[in-house]
Design a protein around this ligand. Sequence first.
Ligand code: ASP
Ligand code: MG
Length: 421
Amino acid sequence: MKVFKFGGASVKDAEGVKNVVNILECYPNEKLIVVVSAMGKTTNALEKVVRATTSEEAEKLIKEIEAYHYQVAEGCIRTSLTKQNITYTLNKTFALLRKVVAEYPKEPFDERYDQVVSFGEHISVLIVCACLSDKQIPNMWMRAQNIIHTDSNYREGKVDFEKTLASYKKFMPEAFELVDILVMEGFVGSTATGKTTTLGREGSDYTAAIMAYCANAESVTIWKDVPGVLNADPKWFDNTIKIDHLSYQDAIELAYYGATVIHPKTIKPLQNKNIPLFVRSFLQPDAPGTRIDNDTSQLPVPCFIFKVQQVLISLSPKDFSFIVEENLSRIFDILAQYKVKTNVMQNSAINFSLCLDFDPDKVPALIEALRSDFRVLYNKDLELVTIRYYDQPTIDRVSIEKRVLLEHKSRYTVQIVMQNK
Ligand code: ASP
Ligand code: MG
């Protein structure tokens, strides 16, 4: 059995959905778990719905999302019966979305967020399944909430692997006796009381890994709009190189430092069972892409990860005490409380610096909270470059014309926080 994950870009329009179906057709007589993300930028659009302050604004946004999905469905389904069915299903689903938006309590915000935003993946599954059925390819929808169990940490659900494995065993083998293709929502799970949770932005990769873990799958393939894992994001760097092979360890490090090609949580469940992960292009489905496995050979080239909109916060205790255990634990408590992840940390005797993504929902409140015990200074609009397998010329190359505010080196990795001069 194989697990395939198709991200938002692969199903962003009718052509994309048809292409996904074509790829699936290349694997006849294989059992496939197909994990799909929300189409195109739907998750961002649904986030706007959650944040809408009036019902008129929410309705306007929902109408756009609705029109977009009808257009995709219209473009990828040929037979009138399937068209009729998907129209009926989408009508019902959008009515439900409207009901959730209107009636679900506004607070706690994160809980409401998950109930609304998860519709993106669900609608995507409905259309992909319809498109498969339209081509007479037997398939079945597996509702992610029935399989993936999490705690009630909304927007960042922590997966309960034991419970998830039990549900996997309860539902999936039976379903595979009926069809070869099971399609399920990425990114989505549910709490013990059945409320929908999500696994964190870009979490569909993680769903694929969880399913592979439960299924003891032979491999996972993440189908993307790039030829594989590149040594840098072509959005920021010229002359990028595709990496043919990557160790689990390097993949975890790169994802952890912010390489957007794979969700950081994806690797661990696969590594634990030694399941290889392929990153391949849905535009060139015959090309081999990148293979990630337990072979630990080092990368032949430096890898760059570039992040913008960084904030560098510098803390010093108000009472001039040193940065020791007590202060550190206070700082980490506050970070955990505000659910903020640090990208780089460094300390001296009386100073603690941390570099974070500037999330307007979290960082201003975090800074206020830190101010009760610390003197806080911060710089915004910074860049963070992480280089794995660095050397001095590569450091010089990235920091040209920049003012370096912090540099943090370990044996294989350097992180540089900088600002345009
Ligand atoms: N649709 C979700 C997101 O955009 C999850 C995913 O794409 O993996 O964050
Ligand atoms: Mg995505």
